[in-house]
Design a protein around this ligand. Structure first.
Ligand code: SAH
Ligand code: SF4
Length: 399
């Protein structure tokens, strides 16, 4: 089955069936701009044409297995048409309305304010970010990552990458409706920070980005699209050479080769940290973009005094923005613990003393994320065990 939002498939079909080309525009408008996920709801097309298209195309073939809502986040667990599972997360960024600023500040001081008090009355929705998956799980196998523990199943085709955003836009319309200016609320920022290593699914990632930027499709700003990578140096180079002009976040996690090899074995073994940093310098000099460095805080592993200074020296002259991520503890990795909060603050101060910008992912967000990781872990492990059992049974019955 083809996806109706796949430009090539649609154009070929219209030509083959002698349907006027302007229909493509109407269809793209309905899917990308109006958030329609059901062919029968594209009422700018005749009923006959809708029926005809439904024979050969789908828009959405995801099954929503689970949805978890927090005030600031919605997490979707999708089952793909082939039965595999991915996660997509929406994050809502809100501003406190000026008339409530004092009240909320006061309640925060008194600690009577909680995340659950967020309401449209006191907070205005500012922007929505989506965290998308690029692969069904991941081959890189970082020692702190649940997705890595699950191993690799497949690369997502561009359609399944994009459908995460289309699904989200449809959902956002239902949840938030229109903005005060009369246009639909929709995803504004996309980050490739869900499951998988996007650079190891390079071609599909790049094509999906073309749709994200295309005026006829999602029409997002290049500044609002971020690829997060564990450091696949040759692909970072290719990204620059192919002029895929979007933001880049590097999951560095370690300032020296030895520690990187321990944390991110597959990638660090392929290319050492010196070569990676040379590539990063090539990226910043070619694009002029500032790089985001993700740095995970694992107790006694990535947060020691010696390492503070190493990281500071490594990034000193590199126009860097470091984001310290408190490690999300998980029963799959019983040997790893989150750094003490005090230690994180000391770490921050020292790296800053080298002239580097450092932020810490806040603890409120962390609680939300932590819960979210736990949930994914449990549901996915269950699925994986079921898969394994089914596979074992198939092997057994072959015997
Ligand atoms: N593969 C890409 C993008 C997906 S991972 C990458 O590694 O960059 C997205 C982010 O989640 C990465 O920065 C990763 O380091 C982080 N992450 C993975 N497991 C984590 C955990 N247990 N606690 C905190 N952050 C984690
Ligand atoms: Fe997880 Fe990213 Fe490492 Fe893959 S590369 S195992 S997704 S942190």
């Amino acid at each position: 089955m083809n996806y109706l939002f796949d430009t090539q498939a649609l154009t070929d079909y219209l030509q083959d069936h002698k349907i006027p080309a302007f229909r493509a525009k109407q269809i793209q408008q309905a899917i990308f701009k109006e958030g329609i996920l059901d062919i029968d709801q594209i009422t700018t097309l005749s009923k006959d044409l809708r029926d005809q298209l439904s024979q050969d195309f789908v828009i959405n073939d995801f099954t929503l297995k689970e949805k978890v809502e927090w005030p600031e986040t919605t997490k979707f667990l999708f089952e793909l048409a082939d039965g595999k599972i991915i996660e997509t997360v929406l994050m809502y960024h809100r501003h406190v309305r000026p008339e409530y600023e004092d009240e909320i500040k006061q309640r925060k001081i008194l600690r009577s304010w909680t995340n659950h008090d967020i309401s449209p009355k006191t907070h205005k929705l500012n922007r929505i970010t989506i965290c998308i998956s690029s692969q069904v799980w991941c081959a890189v196998g970082c020692i702190f990552c649940v997705t890595g523990k699950l191993g690799f199943k497949k690369n997502l085709p561009r359609q399944e990458i994009l459908l995460q955003i289309l699904y989200a836009n449809n959902y956002i319309q239902g949840k938030f409706g229109k903005k005060e200016d009369g246009t639909w609320n929709r995803v504004r920022n996309v980050v490739f920070m869900g499951m998988g290593e996007p650079m190891l699914n390079y071609d599909e990632m790049v094509t999906s980005i073309e749709y994200m930027k295309d005026q006829r499709a999602l029409w997002l700003s290049k500044r609002h699209i971020t690829i997060s990578t564990s450091g696949v140096a040759d692909k970072i180079r290719q990204l620059i050479d192919d002029k895929v002009d979007v933001r880049l976040a590097l999951s560095l996690h370690a300032p020296n080769q030895e520690l990187r090899k321990e944390l991110i074995p597959m990638i660090a073994k392929r290319r050492d940290i010196d070569e990676l940093m040379e590539t990063i310098d090539y990226y910043t000099s070619s694009t002029g973009n500032r790089l985001f460095y993700e740095y995970i805080m694992i107790r006694d592993k990535t947060d020691t005094v010696e390492i503070w200074h190493q990281l500071g020296k490594l990034l000193k002259h590199r126009n860097a923005h470091v984001n310290l991520i408190p490690y999300n503890e998980n029963p799959a990795m019983p040997n790893l613990e989150t750094s003490e909060y005090d230690q994180i603050l000391k770490f921050k101060k020292t790296v800053e003393s080298h002239g580097v910008t450092v932020t810490v992912r806040d603890t409120l967000g962390r609680d939300v994320q932590w819960a979210c990781w736990q949930l994914g872990y449990e549901v996915i492990m269950k699925q994986r065990i079921e898969d394994m059992e089914a596979e074992n049974e198939a092997v057994d019955s072959d015997k």
